[in-house]
Design a protein around this ligand. Structure first.
Ligand code: OGA
Ligand code: NI
Length: 362
């Protein structure tokens, strides 16, 4: 009897230790997706109803001359895109192609490392500043997302680089270089957004307090049944602004006039979207729009969003200049820390978290 129990213990120990934590390891070689990834029938991607990309679904803005003769015109284009789409793409953004390619390469190398090496970074605590995880929030969600992701805090860089993965060996320098460059681009975009709202150039930058910059490296493995699941279901981003780098595999879709539109990758461009905090600062002039990531059965996909955020103690509310008797404040003021906690706890829902902060309009 004693012998039998100890045998059983060994068995339990082994099976717990070998169960993969990450989707990439769990999914490899499967012909069906596990049942916890299957969405209810009324919440599936309906991939054949998606509008296919026709080259101008989302404005593509050329940043050449943003700091010179074309500033006025480009700022107008940005303003229109933020109002009508909540999204735009940027070309001639000024970031060296080699920096971007190294970021994509090292991200892929990271996700191709053996399971034991990757799992060193695993955590399911959303408040850890460096962590590898899977799905969205494994602690609160009912249905899982077809995604693994590495999340890194990246500003100020010197506070966080030491805790980033040391493998692959070029991870830290390559990612740090990318982060510095993206921050430079974000600051130019924030100034342009402020001006496009008729605010002082540094208005949004100042409103973010000490600033936060987080990055996710999303890894979407090939999926044998992509019509049953999402990489990420429809959501809006809780931060101020997101700058997304994607590889050459399509997957991002944006909601426009009630229809999902695919945003297919264009080399050397970034995709920028307004997050919830700029919707609040702009008192709803600019929209934090629903978007989602779908998966496919042929190719894995990498996407690398940089989430630029207020610091947790920054107080966010509609800009005074954008409040008047016709447009009273649509939101109460709150700290970003309060907002962010609510966002992670409620899960990804198509109804935006912003509703919880709305004032009751007359
Ligand atoms: C996100 C996101 C889209 C994508 O991570 O918030 O919207 O294409 N990602 O992976
Ligand atoms: Ni998003």
């Amino acid at each position: 009897m004693e012998c039998h129990i100890s045998h059983l213990n060994i068995y339990i120990y082994i099976s717990a230790a070998t169960k993969p934590l990450l989707l990439a390891d769990l999914a490899s070689g499967k012909s069906h997706i596990p049942s916890n990834y299957i969405r209810p029938e009324n919440d599936r991607p309906n991939l054949n109803e998606v509008e296919s990309f026709d080259g101008n679904s989302i404005p593509l803005i050329d940043f050449q001359g943003l700091d010179g003769p074309n500033r006025f015109d480009i700022i107008n284009q940005i303003g229109l895109a933020c109002r009508n789409y909540g999204f735009f793409q940027v070309k001639n953004h000024g970031i060296d192609e080699a920096v971007v390619n190294r970021m994509l390469e090292v991200a892929r190398e990271f996700f191709h490392m053996p399971e034991t090496e990757r799992e060193k970074s695993y955590s399911d605590d959303p408040f850890k500043t460096t962590r590898l995880s899977t799905s969205f929030n494994v602690k609160t969600e009912k249905v899982s997302c077809w995604r693994d992701y590495l999340r890194l805090h990246c500003h100020p860089l010197e506070d966080y680089v030491a805790e980033w993965p040391s493998n692959p060996p070029s991870f830290k320098p390559d990612v740090a270089e990318y982060c510095r460059n993206v921050r430079g681009l974000v600051l130019r975009i924030l100034a342009a957004i402020s001006e496009s709202l008729g605010l002082e150039k540094d208005y949004v930058e100042r409103a973010l307090g000490k600033h936060g910059q987080h990055m996710a490296i999303n890894y979407y493995p090939k999926c044998p049944q992509p019509e049953l699941t999402y990489g990420l279901p429809g959501h809006s981003d809780p931060n101020a602004i997101t700058v997304l780098l994607q590889d050459d595999v399509p997957g991002l879709q944006v909601l426009k006039d009630g229809k999902w539109v695919a945003v297919n990758p264009i080399p050397n461009t970034f995709i920028v979207n307004i997050g919830d905090q700029i919707q609040v600062l702009s008192n709803d002039r600019y929209k934090s729009v629903l978007h989602r990531a779908v998966v496919n059965c042929d190719k894995e996909r990498l996407s690398i969003p940089t989430f630029y955020c207020p610091s947790y103690d920054a107080t966010i509310g509609p800009a005074q200049k954008l409040i008047d008797c016709e447009e009273p404040a649509h939101y109460r003021s709150f700290t970003y820390g309060e907002y962010y906690e609510k966002f992670w706890n409620r899960g990804l829902k198509t109804q935006t978290c912003l509703d919880m902060f709305k004032t009751t309009l007359p």
